[in-house]
Design a protein around this ligand. Structure first.
Ligand code: ADP
Length: 858
């Protein structure tokens, strides 16, 4: 604004006034001639007015003074001098000066008026602004208060000494206190001394004041007026005064109880899952049921924060047998070493708190176990139970056992109960799986042991000698420390100790011979019955005195039976337990049976060996005898057939001579007798020739060589050419093999077979003979000679291969000696083959010859 001269200093305003007067002078001097203006101050009025407008009164006065001087100097009469010589000029000057003072004064006054008006306006604007701001402030304060009061969070301010100075409505509703109740009180009334998780909160308020930064975001448990607890997430802001001294803490808190509970639930679920995982993992890694039980129990104790615990199961007697008892429980009470899993297995009566769980099949939780109606107290030395949680182990709706936990600090709640109920099936499953696995392993080991002992006993030529080694193995498997194997010695009428283990040698020597009816073994042998002596320490049975003296607590003696006789006994004894399981006894019986079988085998083998030796000897004798008589027979046949030839020839010669020379005197009847005699003689000759031929088949045989049967058959056919022609027959020969054989005998074979086929042809049919061969094995050919001749009655087929067997009488047209097929059979048998015939009367015959391709090396 032109009026606003606050930033223009006085000297500047006066100088500008003077310069404006100078400018007016210069302007007038410039335009003097043109304007022809005579009035000395004419052009100075605008300059003064401008200066006054610009700089106010003093600038106007500076311009006026300068204008007066310049007008005097340059435009009043005596130009160039400073003098007013006339009154008119004087008057002009006066008018001019006073006008200028007036103008300057008015300009100043106008300026001031404007400034004042401007200020007033400014002030009124400011006042309006202030009013608005105050209203806005009021509004925002109202809103803030509303916000703070209606906030969905507890807002509390408290002084460094803990005194509450502000408590919003939410905090009132949340904590159950009216603001007036808590204002001025210590904030620690909202903080429990200890969180339910166990964290100590007694110094929390002091700590927040000392270390506000650490608690800027912090979650802790709070307590309401009614004593109930709630989890709050707090934002704690320190408020400092101008000196940096902590004045107050502004705490804004949100209820996170539900979130916390949800988190807690997730955490619990996770812990349960992890525990279940661990249980199944342990099931894989633990070697024994006891180990697994212990780890499962530990997991359950850790999950619930229990001090003591146990896992038990119903045993066969309907009592509770403990699988695992936590270590602290044993260490804490004086029962250590008395019973339970550290000592002998102990069964408990079903009563008390755990009995209630087992009989009801439902979980039981009590934080005042002593006063529970089912309480039976604790055994002497047992530490007091501050709380008890029992969950049944149920399988297929049947209560199998219990997991019992005790003395959790702060007692048990639903959370622990649900957690244990969640893991209980996993524990039972893992234990049952382990038991199945162990049973399987045991029965596998048992089977292995039994099959090994059986095979070793049976394979051993002297089972008696390996009984000791095998029984040691069985003994170890059964966790026994002694075994005794007695054998009956019939000659002595006593039992002899064949093998034993578990007693010193000198003791063994003392019982080397045992009378029947003495001690357990002697009695078992005498009665031929098993004797099982258990809990020997507490038995009055005197038969057990001997084994009792060795420290044996359970003893089982099985008789070794062979063919209804007791051949000995096998017994096992244990020093570590008082009873045998049914499984143990059955294993012992099986082993005893195996040992008996092996010994029986030996007895039988011995008997067999003796009788076999005798038999072999007799066979050898008989064979030699047979060979001798066979040889004699062959020699006889050979000699007889050879030597008889000569007298026969003579009979023929003299017969012929008689016929020729005495034909007449003999008469018709005599000639008839002579003819019949000569005929019989010829037959006798051919019979003898055939017999000789037959006997020479073995005595004068050629060695085996490669023989082409095709060549053999060719030769035979050429020999039979006339016969073939005479009968008008036809012989069809297929492919025949080369075999290792005696060529002469082969020729004889085919000669006889083809010859017979031609001979026994039907009158009404021309003979057609087929010779063929096929492979019948790796080293065997089957040669078939088939004809369409008269055939053979089925009932006679079997006998035609025997010597001198003919199916036709002499009156028949078929000549023959009945030796042809017998020779064939002998030839084929010499070659290691066989011959048979298939035929039906009137329908032709089939002669099947099996011959090996190669002969065995001799
Ligand atoms: P033979 O031919 O000298 O009578 P064989 O030992 O060769 O003596 O034959 C015994 C008997 O078997 C013959 O008498 C004959 O009855 C019968 N036989 C042999 N071969 C044939 C054949 N191919 N067809 C019918 N019968 C036969």
């Amino acid at each position: 604004m032109v009026w606003n001269r606050t930033k223009r200093p006085l000297w500047l305003r006066c100088t500008v006034g003077a310069l404006l007067a100078l400018s007016a002078t210069a302007l007038r001097l410039q335009f003097l001639g043109v304007l022809e203006l005579r009035e000395a101050f004419l052009t100075f009025f605008p300059a003064v007015a401008l200066a006054a407008l610009y700089g106010g009164f003093f600038a106007g006065m500076a311009a006026t003074l300068a204008s007066g001087v310049f007008a005097n100097l340059f435009f009043i009469e005596s130009v160039g001098r400073f003098s007013i010589t006339n009154s008119a000029d004087m008057a002009s000057m006066t008018v001019f000066l006073s006008s200028c003072v007036l103008v300057s004064y008015m300009a100043e006054a106008a300026y001031r008026a404007l400034v004042r008006a401007h200020k007033a306006e400014e002030e009124s604007r400011l006042a309006a602004g202030r009013e608005k701001a105050a209203l806005e402030l009021q509004e925002s304060e109202r809103r803030y208060r509303e916000l703070v009061q209606n906030a969905n969070s507890a807002i509390i301010r408290w002084k460094h000494d803990g005194t509450i100075t502000f408590f919003n409505e939410y905090a009132e509703a949340f904590f159950g206190y009216g603001a007036e109740e808590v204002l001025g009180k210590n904030v620690s009334i909202l903080v429990p001394p200890q969180e339910s998780t166990g964290t100590d909160l007694s110094g929390l308020v002091r700590d927040i004041v000392d270390n506000p930064a650490r608690y800027s975001n912090y979650a802790n448990e709070n307590v309401r007026k009614d004593g109930s607890r709630a989890w709050m997430a707090w934002t704690n802001r320190p408020i400092f005064d101008e000196n940096g001294q902590l004045q107050e803490i502004l705490a804004i808190g949100c209820d996170i109880t539900e979130r916390r509970l949800a988190m807690e639930k997730v955490r619990t679920q996770n812990a349960i899952l992890e525990t279940i995982n661990l249980i199944f993992h342990n099931a894989l890694t633990c070697e024994t049921e006891e180990q697994l039980g212990a780890t499962c129990l530990k997991a359950a104790e850790e999950l619930t924060g229990s001090k003591y615990g146990f896992i038990g199961e119903y045993n066969r007697n309907g009592r509770l047998y403990d699988i695992a008892i936590s270590d602290p429980a044993w260490e804490a009470c004086a029962m250590y070493g008395q019973s339970g899993h550290r000592g002998r297995p102990v069964s408990f009566k079903i009563h008390g708190l755990y009995g209630r769980v087992l009989t009801n099949g439902r979980s039981l939780l009590t934080n005042t176990p002593e006063s529970h109606p089912d309480s039976i107290g604790t055994p002497p030395g047992h530490p007091p139970l501050t709380a008890f949680l029992g969950v049944p182990l149920v399988h297929d709706g049947k209560v199998m056992g219990i997991i019992g936990l005790a003395s959790r600090e702060g007692g048990y709640g639903l959370e622990q109960l649900l957690a244990v109920e969640a893991i209980a099936p996993a524990i039972l499953e893992a234990l049952m799986r382990k038991r199945t696995e162990l049973t399987l392993n045991r029965s596998e080991a048992r089977l292995k042991l039994l099959s090994e002992t059986a095979s070793q006993l049976l394979a051993s030529p002297d089972p008696q000698a390996i009984v000791e080694k095998l029984c040691r193995q069985v003994m170890q498997h059964l966790d026994c420390q002694a075994f005794f194997n007695y054998l009956a010695v019939a000659a002595e009428g006593k039992l002899f100790l064949n093998a034993c283990a578990g007693i010193p040698e000198e003791e063994a020597r003392k019982i080397e011979w045992l009378d029947y009816g003495v001690a357990v073994c002697g009695c078992a042998a005498q009665a031929g019955k098993r004797i099982v002596a258990e809990d020997i320490c507490n038995t009055p049975d005197i038969r057990t005195d001997l084994v009792k003296s060795y420290g044996i607590q359970a003893y089982a003696c099985h008789p070794l039976e062979s063919q209804g006789k007791t051949i000995g006994t096998l017994s096992f004894g244990t020093k570590t337990r008082t009873h045998f399981s049914a499984e143990d006894l059955s294993l012992m019986k099986t082993v005893a049976d195996q040992v008996a079988t092996a010994m029986e085998k030996i007895i039988l083998i011995d008997e067999l060996r003796n009788s076999r030796d005798e038999l072999e000897m007799r066979v050898r004798e008989r064979t030699a005898q047979l060979e001798r008589s066979n040889k004699a027979l062959q020699d006889f046949v050979s000699i007889a057939s050879h030597d008889l030839q000569e007298p026969l020839r003579k009979v023929t010669t003299f017969g012929d001579m008689l016929k020729q020379r005495c034909h007449g005197p003999l008469g018709e009847q005599g000639n008839g007798y002579l003819d019949r005699m000569l005929d019989a003689n010829r037959r006798m000759q051919s019979l003898l020739t055939a017999l000789l031929e037959y006997s020479r088949l073995t005595t004068r045989a050629d060695p085996f060589t490669k023989t082409d049967l095709a060549d053999v058959v060719d030769g035979v056919l050429s020999d039979l050419e006339v016969k073939i022609e005479m009968t008008g027959g036809e012989v069809q020969v297929g492919k025949l093999p080369v075999i290792e054989a005696d060529p002469t005998q082969m020729r004889q074979l085919f000669q006889n077979l083809i010859g017979n086929a031609l001979k026994f042809h039907r009158e009404d049919k021309k003979p057609v003979i087929k010779v063929s061969a096929s492979a019948a094995g790796a080293n065997l050919f089957q040669i078939v000679i088939e004809d369409n001749g008269i055939g053979i009655d089925g009932e006679h087929v079997g006998r035609i291969f025997a010597p001198f067997q003919r199916l036709h009488g002499r009156s028949s047209p078929y000549e023959g000696t009945g030796m042809g097929l017998a020779i064939c059979k002998k030839i084929v048998e010499r070659h290691g083959g066989g011959i048979r015939a298939e035929s039906t009367r009137g329908k032709g015959s089939l002669f099947i010859v099996d011959l090996p391709a190669r002969q065995p090396k001799r």
